[in-house]
Design a protein around this ligand. Structure first.
Ligand SMILES: NC(=O)c1ccc[n+]([C@@H]2O[C@H](COP(=O)([O-])OP(=O)(O)OC[C@H]3O[C@@H](n4cnc5c(N)ncnc54)[C@H](OP(=O)(O)O)[C@@H]3O)[C@@H](O)[C@H]2O)c1
Length: 332
């Protein structure tokens, strides 16, 4: 201790002041980041959905028949929004549409069955026809596909990588080009696009999915800046695991909410992105956000340590998935 004091005393007075000021500024900036993060995560509510429309305003939800999309549709219907439900399976869409109309008096629905992996212009034209003349205020770009199990990139089936990029990237872009002009026309609207931790930290064994979500991250931030001056808010919603068919996880835990919890947070914290690396991005679920904050401020979400950790984790998931598949094949 004495030695440190001696070294400090030997530093010229002016330099001592400069070092002290730099230290104080660093501490203040860190404390501010922590404060903003804590306020956004635990205290503040995001932009009120009413900014984007009243009861009877329409919301378009893609991937609406299951998982997070179904929950987005349900929670928007509970707030009085009419729904355009888009996904692959007509029977599932019909069941959901009936459920929503029965449960929420006055809510209207329209459905469109389309397979985004087919990338057919005719499907996007049908969507344009379906929403023509409607007061559309919200677009939820939720549709997405991941790898069936973690897989090294070089072993990824060509069809799987083609579908992931076509659905996650092209599908999202093309739906947005159809719907967003209606939001711009009424000079207010909201676009939420589902991102993922895999789009933030490069994720080995999910390389194509990871790249597709990283693509959405940059695309959203760039487009959001363009649309802001036209009254449209566009945000990327970042999520770690949620209990859905895609994650194949059934039980909730500290880090893994169910769709109801996640979507309530996503619709309640719109635009609260303190501490995010990218503009127009937020991580709504508190434990996802806390996890990201800690990693960001220690090893870093982009660091080689995080990528290595992701590799270990996904190699392990792949091995368990292959063992399970082998057990099931034996039973059959
Ligand atoms: N769950 C997670 O842990 C997690 C984490 C981070 C990000 N996300 C993202 O959140 C979004 C929703 O994921 P989720 O877990 O809710 O998925 P999910 O439970 O698998 O549901 C996917 C939905 O998308 C539809 N869909 C799938 N492929 C389609 C296609 N080719 N054409 C049209 N519709 C299609 C499905 O329709 P059908 O029912 O007709 O098949 C279903 O409605 C995705 O963008 C995903 O990347 C999820």
């Amino acid at each position: 201790m004495d030695k440190i004091a001696d070294i400090w005393d030997s530093v010229p007075r002016g330099a001592q002041w400069a070092l002290g000021a730099i230290g104080a500024l660093y501490a203040a900036s860190w404390a501010t980041t922590l404060l903003y993060f804590a306020m956004d995560t635990f205290l503040l509510s995001g932009t009120n959905l009413r900014k984007y429309g009243k009861k009877g305003t329409w919301a378009v939800v893609t991937g609406a028949s299951d998982g997070l999309g179904k929950e987005f549709a349900t929670q928007l219907a509970s707030k009085g929004f009419n729904l355009v439900l888009v996904s692959r399976t007509q029977s599932k869409l019909d069941t959901l549409a009936k459920e929503l109309e029965a449960k929420y008096a006055g809510v209207q629905t329209k459905t469109l069955a389309m397979d985004f992996s087919q990338d057919k212009d005719a499907d996007y034209d049908r969507l344009a026809q379906l929403i023509k003349g409607l007061d559309v205020g919200i677009l939820i770009n939720n549709v997405g596909q991941s790898h069936s199990i973690p897989v090294p990139f070089l072993e990824t089936a060509r069809e799987e990588l083609q579908n992931i990029v076509t659905i996650n990237c092209l599908g999202t872009l093309k739906v947005t080009q159809v719907v967003a002009p209606l939001l711009v026309q009424r000079k207010k609207g909201l676009i939420l696009t589902m991102g993922s931790f895999a789009g933030v930290t490069p994720t080995p064994y999910l390389a194509t999915y990871s790249g597709s979500k990283a693509f959405l991250q940059h695309w959203n931030s760039a487009m959001a800046e363009e649309l802001k001056s036209q009254g449209v808010d566009a945000h990327l919603v970042v999520s770690y695991l949620v209990t859905t068919a895609m994650s194949k996880i059934r039980r909730t835990s500290l880090l893994i909410p169910n769709p109801k919890q996640f979507v309530r947070a996503a619709l309640g914290k719109i635009g609260l992105g303190a501490g995010e690396l990218f503009p127009y991005t937020y991580t709504p679920w508190w434990s996802h956000s806390a996890f990201k904050f800690v990693v960001d401020n220690t090893v870093g979400m982009y660091s080689s340590i995080s990528v290595w950790f992701n590799l270990r984790m996904h190699v392990d998931i792949r091995q368990r998935a292959l063992k399970k598949a082998a057990r099931e094949a034996k039973k059959a």
